[in-house]
Structures are given as structure tokens and as C-alpha cells.
Design a protein around this ligand. Sequence first.
Ligand code: ZN
Length: 177
Amino acid sequence: MNYRDALEIARRNPGFSVTRGDDDGFIVRRPDGSLFSEQPSAIDETEQLRHEIEMVRKHHDEALALWDEERRRSDSVLAGREAEIRKLQMELHKEHQGNLEAARHIEQLQAKIAKVSQAEWEKIKADEEQERKVYAKAMKEERNVVKCACLGEVENCARCDGRGSYTTDGYGNPVYA
Ligand SMILES: [Zn+2]
């Protein structure tokens, strides 16, 4: 066999050694000195093992790749969820700010209404007071001549002083000029 093949066999079988053969090729000897035959059956076992190891490694690599892909997928899903949550939080915050603003606005309006009502109430009171004053003035200025109950027969009558009639204001109070 050629040097490369012989070396490969020796490498895979600790204790095996490579020497030059008679026919210009190379041979492999077992630790006990016996010649290692290159017959397929002899290396089958090693090859089989190597193949099995290869398969196991391949499965392992595939599983790892799958797992990695799954992890990346769930990471991206998670990132998406987080972005969604952040968006919702921002919307909530905005809505909350909006509510605060609305509440402030309502408060301002209520204050304005209260002020207007107060002003109007003051005006109503002032108008009533004015009306009352005008009415009182008119009543005080009103003059009615009333016939006295004494019919002028009581000489020193407190009301008519014996004149039989006296003057009153609108309230009926006697007025003495
Ligand atoms: Zn009288």
C-alpha cells in the first residue's frame, strides 16, 4: 500500500507501525509484529466506528443548529413582544396624559362656570337690592290722603289733628309736612 494509507491505518490503531515492504510499497504491523492485512474486513470495524461517530456528530450538529435556530426564533418573537409592550405602554402613557389634560380642562371650565355664576348671582342680588330701593323710594314718595277714623270729631287727634283726614306715604305711614 502507499505511505499515506499505511500511515492512516497506523494513526487509527495505536501501537501499529508502518514499515517499507518488499514491493516498493509500505506495510503496517500490529504491536505483536504480525502483518496488518489491508483486507476490507480488517478495517471495517474501525471504519464502522468512524462512520458511527461521524453520524452521531452530524446528528449532534443538526440538533445544535435546530436548537440555535429555535432560540433565535424565540428571541425575535420575544423582541417583538417587548416592542409591542413598549408601544402599549407609550399609548397608555399618552392616554393618561390626555386624561390628565382633560381633567385639568374640566377643572378650569368648572372654575370659570363658578366665577360666572358668582358674578351673575352678585348681579341678581344687586338688581334685587336696586329694585327694592326704587320700590321703597317710590313707596315713601307716594302720597295718599286718608280719611281719619275719627271723622274730624276728635280735636287733638294724633292722626288728623281734628282735620278729618291726613296724608300717608305708600306704606300707609302718616306724613306730616
Ligand atoms: Zn283724626
